[in-house]
Design a protein around this ligand. Structure first.
Ligand code: ADP
Length: 397
């Protein structure tokens, strides 16, 4: 069976067609600037890249263009739309209702609509993608796979905030956690690499990309994670501040006379690595500024990021009563030896010893720890699309 994986943002759409017989990626691509001037589709298949530039007014237009690209005589990979056995959609927020992936139908769509309140920045675009696909592929079964689902195993003590309890019961304010597909994928792969049953392992997964989160996975289940009610909580990120004293928010709103939107914008888009360094939200630029130009604020931004990740690793080792492996994944985790080394320096007391020469890798799965390190340190390439495709196939079967 071939599964089409769709990941919709408000103005972008990523897709991948996977042959589930061998889990091979047949085609993948990105639609950018949906409903904005200069929209385009970049489609990669058969070792070639094709760019189509034309107005794309909404998600339905985008899906139409993707279907055309997949069927194209030259760069297409299928002859008939019926070859696509199912579509798997990434949905950011499943609330408490969806602890597992689910086959989409009218009732589920209503349920997802309810979850939109919890993720107003992400879920509406996910729903647009689902609606567009159902119109253009009405006979193809579809599945929703959630970023939050993997974390539904967290115990109450981890997910209830110490706020008045009615805020949880009436408004659903609790920790949900995100990046669930990634944490699930890399933790399963780590168990494979270690030749152990995941049910016997304590793992700490560090998903370090533009958005970043750390997750404690005990016996195969998420028991704690750094992102919270929204993806803003936890470690400092590319442009997000992560956890800060909540009183700062009301203080700056009052002192600077900020609206709710302006305050949100500062915390989500102007903080983190970008906010401290003043250089960029991209680690490559910030590392270059710190190393080549001796930019002190760029160095400070990196120091803060690595320090925060380290403190979460320590906390999660305590939460699980030990740790067998620390996993690095996502853009920065997979590609920046310097960041991994900085984070691991000082964790020797736990029994985690990084081997500098083994750490000098990028873009491939590897073990980075010294031979006698009690705790394994691993880099594992994440594959969220494959998690979506596997769940989709499993449910459709
Ligand atoms: P997201 O999916 O959250 O947008 P990614 O997982 O693609 O993020 O990661 C993007 C981040 O990874 C970028 O901010 C970039 O700084 C970082 N990154 C990618 N490659 C490298 C590299 N070679 N060295 C340092 N950082 C890198």
């Amino acid at each position: 069976m071939k599964v089409l994986v769709v990941n919709c943002g408000s103005s972008s759409l990523k897709y991948r067609l996977i042959n589930m017989e061998n889990e091979e990626s047949l085609a993948q691509g990105l639609v950018e600037r949906i409903s904005i001037d200069g929209s385009s589709l970049t489609h990669s298949a058969k070792g070639h890249k094709y760019v189509i530039e034309e107005p794309i007014k909404d998600h339905k237009d985008a899906i139409k263009l993707i279907i055309e690209a997949l069927l194209d005589k030259g760069h297409g990979v299928i002859k008939d739309l019926s070859e696509i056995g199912a579509v798997g959609h990434r949905v950011v927020h499943g609330g408490e209702k969806y602890a597992k992936s689910v086959i989409l139908n009218v009732e589920v769509m209503k349920g997802l609509q309810e979850c939109t309140k919890l993720a107003p920045l992400h879920n509406p675009a996910n729903l647009d993608g689902i609606n567009a696909c159902s119109l253009l592929m009405p006979n193809t079964p579809m599945v929703a796979v959630f970023d939050t689902a993997f974390h539904q195993t967290m115990p109450e003590a981890a997910y209830i905030y110490p706020l008045p309890y009615y805020l949880y019961t009436d408004l659903g304010i609790r920790k949900y956690g995100f990046h669930g597909m990634s944490h699930k994928f890399v933790s399963a792969k780590a168990a494979d690499m270690m030749g152990k049953d995941i049910k016997s392992l304590k793992l700490i997964s560090c998903h370090l990309g533009n958005g970043a989160s750390v997750c404690a996975i005990k016996n195969g289940e998420s028991i704690e994670t750094s992102m919270g009610f929204t993806p803003l909580e936890g470690i400092a990120m590319g442009t997000r501040c992560g956890s800060i004293d909540p009183a700062i928010l009301t203080y700056i709103m009052k002192e600077l006379n900020l609206t709710i939107d302006e305050a949100n914008d500062i915390m989500n888009k102007k903080s983190g690595i970008l906010g401290v360094s003043g250089v960029s939200n991209d680690f490559r630029d910030v590392e270059a500024a710190a190393m080549k130009d001796g930019n002190k604020r760029a160095q400070l931004a990196i120091d803060i990021f690595c320090y925060k990740v380290k403190t979460f690793i320590g906390a999660y080792a305590a939460a699980m009563g030990g740790v067998d492996a620390i996993i690095f994944t996502a853009g920065l985790g997979e590609n920046s030896p310097r960041t991994r080394e900085r984070i691991c320096n000082g964790l020797e007391f736990l029994g985690a010893h990084i081997d500098k020469s083994k750490n000098n890798v990028a873009g491939k799965d590897a073990e980075l720890s010294k031979k006698d390190s009690k705790i394994k340190i691993l880099v594992i390439l994440t594959n969220e699309e494959l998690v979506i495709a596997r769940d989709t196939m499993e449910l459709i079967k």
